[in-house]
Design a protein around this ligand. Structure first.
Ligand SMILES: [Zn+2]
Length: 251
């Protein structure tokens, strides 16, 4: 299994770097410069690029990386991705640095959005965040709720490698939804300490997300009650999710 580390990019993006010896792969390289610098500094050879979705802050660095390295580019078949050599729709198993990686279709943030599942490690782009989820730029609440359900069904120790450092902001919203959730209050303290020490808040585990992320808790009584106060029309999971997402958009 490869080792996972991060390359910070832009204001709050994480480009995940997978390495096995001197072999390397990256997930969502929105910017080439910090990736090229890290590959150079560590004497790594870039073999594979994994793209979760088409937004520029996730694929903007691909062209410049391909000028330097003849890497394979795994990406959503239904989205416009620079240099895509391995179009995917979800359901495939690909090989990354000798490791089998499962491809999952998780539409919602964008329609072709993919997640990549290696043993114990989920690279989910802008679908699931620490204590939050991505905005619905293209998909419907029903699609996103179903995508999050599929991710929530993965083993609880799975580490969630999302693409942005949004956790503190998301936790403020989560507390507004569930002020009495003790796991949530504990996570707020933990994440504040990590951020104050200059450390990333991610990866989290799916177990942590299921205990504290309101978007994975649309069946919990407290979350349902809060969403109904935000004018959710009924108690269905999709209605509760849609009300939470709309609330978060204006939070
Ligand atoms: Zn995005």
């Amino acid at each position: 299994m490869f080792t996972i580390s991060f390359i910070p990019a832009f204001k709050d993006n994480y480009i995940w770097l997978l390495t096995l010896g001197q072999r390397a792969a990256v997930v969502d390289p929105g910017d080439a410069a910090p990736v090229l610098a890290r590959l150079e500094a560590d004497g790594l050879r870039l073999e594979s690029i994994l793209i979760t979705h088409h937004h520029a802050d996730h694929q903007g660095g691909v062209a410049a990386l391909l000028e330097r390295w003849p890497a394979e580019v795994f990406a959503p078949a239904s989205e416009s991705i620079t240099g895509c050599s391995r179009p995917l729709r979800g359901g495939e198993t690909i090989e990354v640095l000798g490791q089998a990686v499962r491809v999952m279709a998780v539409p919602g943030h964008t329609l072709g959005h993919l997640a990549y599942l290696a043993p114990g490690a989920l690279f989910c782009g802008d679908t699931l965040f620490g204590a939050g989820c991505g905005r619905l730029f293209e998909g419907s609440p029903a699609q996103m709720a179903a995508s999050l359900d599929r991710l929530a069904a993965l083993p609880e120790p799975t580490l969630v490698y999302c693409a942005h450092e949004y956790t503190e902001m998301n936790l403020r919203f989560a507390l507004a939804v569930e002020p009495d959730n003790p796991d949530l209050r504990a996570r707020v303290t933990l994440v504040a300490a990590r951020r104050a020490a200059g450390l990333p808040s991610v990866p989290s585990t799916l177990a942590e997300e299921k205990a504290t992320n309101p978007f994975l808790r649309c069946g919990e009584a407290a979350v349902i009650a809060a969403a109904l106060q935000q004018a959710a029309p009924d108690r269905s999971k999709t209605a509760i999710f849609a009300a939470l997402r709309a609330w978060r958009n204006n939070f």
